[in-house]
Structure formats: structure tokens, C-alpha cells
Write a protein that binds this ligand. Structure first.
Ligand code: G3P
Ligand code: CA
Length: 231
């Protein structure tokens, strides 16, 4: 079962910051998950549309130029990173799950990932692009079938694995509240991986392991890795 650091090692350091991602790399996670938004001319790494949720700023992320965003404190004095800064830090050392949180991110994202593959040592298969907005995932696939996409759901839609298969998804990412063995088996029979968020409790890790889930998003990677090693 793969361990994916949710928003970096966000149980230890401020979420979606270089500090949290560096901590996850030190823990030797399989992958890091980050959230991206589009602001004026830049892809930046932050979870929410509103700045007050994770920084000392206010207003909408999308309406601020990068120069203003870079003045804000995202926790422990960390700045909101650009996607390029994260790619430069990770530089192919682990896989990267990039969750698209806003519209108009697809084309600039794919262009940046192409650059990261040629300059930073990433393989295309190290990137997994996910979103709750399945229109964005379809847009990615229409541009280039080779990208791996992860179909996110925060509920349990009927025939979800069949839907994800039609979307040509690599994986389904599902909230822990909605996953069960039947769901996992259906996905596996269709050749889809199942990744579950957000998993921080030992009993949950054991249950998901029994269900043969392929990976978990966790805020506490080391703790989760120790638990998995003992299963
Ligand atoms: O990608 C898994 C998980 O991060 C999705 O939910 O709200 O934490 O971005 P959220
Ligand atoms: Ca996310």
C-alpha cells in the first residue's frame, strides 16, 4: 500500500509549503499530494480559494498577483510556493499527485510538466493529475492520452468505477467514509487503482490493507509507514 503525503507531511509542517514537502521527502514517501490554483499568470500551490484559510492574507487567491501572494505567511514563516518551486524541490525524487482545484489550469499545467520532464528529471509516469472536476480530467485526456489521471470523489456515486474506466482514469481517489471491499474489487476488475483519503488512524490503515487498497493519503507519513510495515 503506497503512502502519499497529503498536502506534504501536513501533520508536521504547514500544508502545501516547501517545508511540508521537504519533510515528506525526508520520510521517503512514495508520493506527495499537492493542490493547485491559478492566479494571475502563475500556478500556485494552495488548497483553498480564499487566502484566510491557510495564510495571514485575505481575499480570493485568483485575484492576487504573485508579488502580493509572496508577501503572505503560509505558516512558520513559509511562503505560498509556486508549482515550479515544488517541482524543482521534488525533482523526480518521488511521485507527485497534483490536484487541480480551479478552472484554466490544464494547459499551463501540462506545459509546465513537460518542462519539468526535460529539465528536472521527472518521468511522465511520476505525475498523477487528479480533480473533483471531471471536466478538467477529460480536458487533459483529450490533449494527451498519456497523462495519468485520478478521478476524485467525495461521495459514493453509483457505477463510479465504470465511469472512471470510461474516463480512462489511472486511479480512483475516494473519501475513507465511502470505500468498502466491493468498491475496491469493482475498481480492480476494471484495471483501476484505488487511493483513499485522508487516513491517519491505525485501525483504518489495517482495514484498508485488508480491502487491498493501493494507497493512502496521510498527514502523518512516518506513522502510517510504520503501521503498514507491521501488517
Ligand atoms: O486528493 C485527496 C484529497 O486531498 C482531496 O481532498 O479537500 O484534501 O483536497 P482535499
Ligand atoms: Ca487535495
Amino acid at each position: 500500500m503506497r503512502v502519499i503525503a497529503h498536502r506534504g507531511a501536513s501533520g508536521h509542517e504547514p500544508e502545501n509549503t516547501l517545508l511540508a514537502i521537504e519533510a515528506a521527502l525526508k520520510m521517503q514517501v512514495d508520493a506527495v499530494e499537492i493542490d493547485i490554483h491559478q492566479t494571475e499568470g502563475e500556478l500556485i500551490v494552495i488548497h483553498d480559494r480564499w487566502l484566510h484559510k491557510t495564510t495571514d492574507g485575505e481575499g480570493r487567491v485568483s485575484e492576487k498577483p504573485l508579488s502580493q501572494l509572496k508577501l503572505l505567511d503560509a505558516g512558520k514563516g513559509e511562503k505560498i510556493p509556486t508549482l515550479w518551486e515544488v517541482l524543482t524541490l521534488v525533482a523526480g525524487r518521488c511521485d507527485l499527485n497534483i490536484e487541480l482545484k480551479s478552472e484554466k489550469t490544464v494547459k499551463p499545467l501540462l506545459a509546465m510538466l513537460e518542462k519539468a520532464m526535460s529539465r528536472l528529471g521527472f518521468e511522465q509516469s511520476q505525475f498523477l493529475l487528479s480533480s473533483f472536476n471531471h471536466h478538467l480530467l477529460r480536458e487533459i485526456k483529450l490533449l494527451d492520452m498519456a497523462w495519468r489521471i485520478g478521478a476524485l470523489t467525495g461521495s459514493r456515486p453509483i457505477n463510479y468505477a465504470r465511469f472512471a474506466e470510461k474516463l480512462d482514469a489511472y486511479s480512483i481517489h475516494i473519501d475513507i467514509d465511502f470505500v468498502d471491499e466491493c468498491f475496491v474489487n469493482d475498481a480492480h476488475e476494471r484495471g483501476l487503482k484505488v487511493f483513499v483519503y485522508t487516513v491517519d488512524y491505525e485501525e483504518d490503515i489495517a482495514d484498508l490493507h485488508r480491502m487491498r487498497v493501493d494507497g493512502i493519503f496521510t498527514n502523518y507519513p512516518t506513522r502510517s509507514m510504520v503501521r503498514i510495515a507491521h501488517l
